[in-house]
Design a protein around this ligand. Sequence first.
Ligand SMILES: Cc1cc2nc3c(=O)[nH]c(=O)nc-3n(C[C@H](O)[C@H](O)[C@H](O)COP(=O)(O)OP(=O)(O)OC[C@H]3O[C@@H](n4cnc5c(N)ncnc54)[C@H](O)[C@@H]3O)c2cc1C
Length: 445
Amino acid sequence: MASGDGLRVIIVGAGIGGLSCAIACRQANPPLHVTVLERAPDILTIGAGIHIPPNACRILTNLGLLDKLSAAGGYEIEDFTLRRYEDGKVLAEKPLKGRMEKEYHAKWISIHRGDYQNVLLDAAVDAGADVITNAEVTGVVESTEGPQTAILKDGRRFEADVVIGADGLWSHMRETILQRPFSPKETGDLAYRGTFTREQLLALNNERINKLVDQTNVQVWMGPNRHAVFYPLRNHTEYNLVLIVADDLPEGVRTSPGTVEELAANFVGWDPMLSDIITCLKTSLKWKLLHFESLDQWTRGTMALLGDASHPTLPYQGQGAAMAVEDGAILGALFSKWQALPTTPSLTRSDKNKQLASLLTFYQELRQQRTKTNVAGAVGTRHYYHLVDGPEQEERDRFLAALMKTDWQGPCPFNWADAEYQRSLLGFDVCDDAEARFKVWAATI
Ligand SMILES: Cc1cc2nc3c(=O)[nH]c(=O)nc-3n(C[C@H](O)[C@H](O)[C@H](O)COP(=O)(O)OP(=O)(O)OC[C@H]3O[C@@H](n4cnc5c(N)ncnc54)[C@H](O)[C@@H]3O)c2cc1C
């Protein structure tokens, strides 16, 4: 890095985490030189719906993306509704619209995942990131004295000061950093996900569904060992359905085609409205849900991990991508502040590498406990979503009813309803915290 130039960073993977990191790095002053290397021939904007909870929405707003997300069909969720599985009775309705901004200074948005990724991709490219597809990274040649070199499967080589592994659940960069194999663990759950149109739902001629299609709520049916999530997308022209059931795939099988009949059989005896909605699903691919409780090492020299590469989680708090956005934004902010230190321009190459390695270890310290709490929180949410009928389920439902009357201000063993837990997850400003703690780190170098 020549004196006065922006730092050069390679980001491996153009998922939600990698692209958020690219945007944050380009918004640094001076902007970093950002190269995103993506294995896929095209950026995969596939998928169904995804939540952008306030902790991620706050960051995306600060990155100037809120209007673009809204223009791409991102909308504010009205209420989060929990229902009893067998009859759809509403057990709890937690207002999100307005309340999220009042309490946590950011909205709770839902959006089609493909539309979200497109907004991030356009923003990264517009900001000057070089996004290269057909670029599978197979290794990194490390150096303490010079730049790091990412090696591609086709033999191309790219140099940078820092390499960030944002390559998802099956991260190759994770194994490069750990120097050993490390696979995510099976959780015992699998998901079926799909979207369908308003016309499909209206064609069911179900009065309850006709009312549901105009609601702007997240609907969750909670039942023994499974749950269902339903919400609108793209201005109520499409709808997202996720069904979570016990994993019946053989160990090691990640996805497998299922049949709609098999899927529907999992929900026999559930709310007839849900059973009707399920009939709209035309595809029924099973996705095994994986995670790991924690990873001790996220960095090696001037390489680091972010997102699912370092903390994949069950999706039950809608936080996997949100945590990846937090990681990416913090990295951008830390690099920006490091560049602005008065001592940085005069450092030797090897001293720069040492400081960057220390900065990345500091990044890991900032992120590790929060992401570990999130992974454990999603496991806790599964416990309470999936309770079988009995005393614990009755207690959960009593807690929900009582907390609804307090406007969700109070303690609850079920973290979905616990005010303190929600505040720390959704309201905590990780970027402010990182900036404040950066000063402490900078004083140690
Ligand atoms: C059913 C379900 C529902 C979910 N709902 C939500 C939700 O509502 N809210 C939320 O916040 N999260 C949700 N998540 C989680 C979320 O999808 C993930 O946590 C998030 O997408 C992780 O982003 P990432 O950028 O870390 O990884 P990914 O999105 O997996 O991106 C990794 C990228 O790296 C590329 N890549 C891989 N290997 C290489 C290589 N060697 N070289 C170059 N490129 C490579 C891949 O092609 C990919 O583009 C959900 C997950 C599931 C399964």
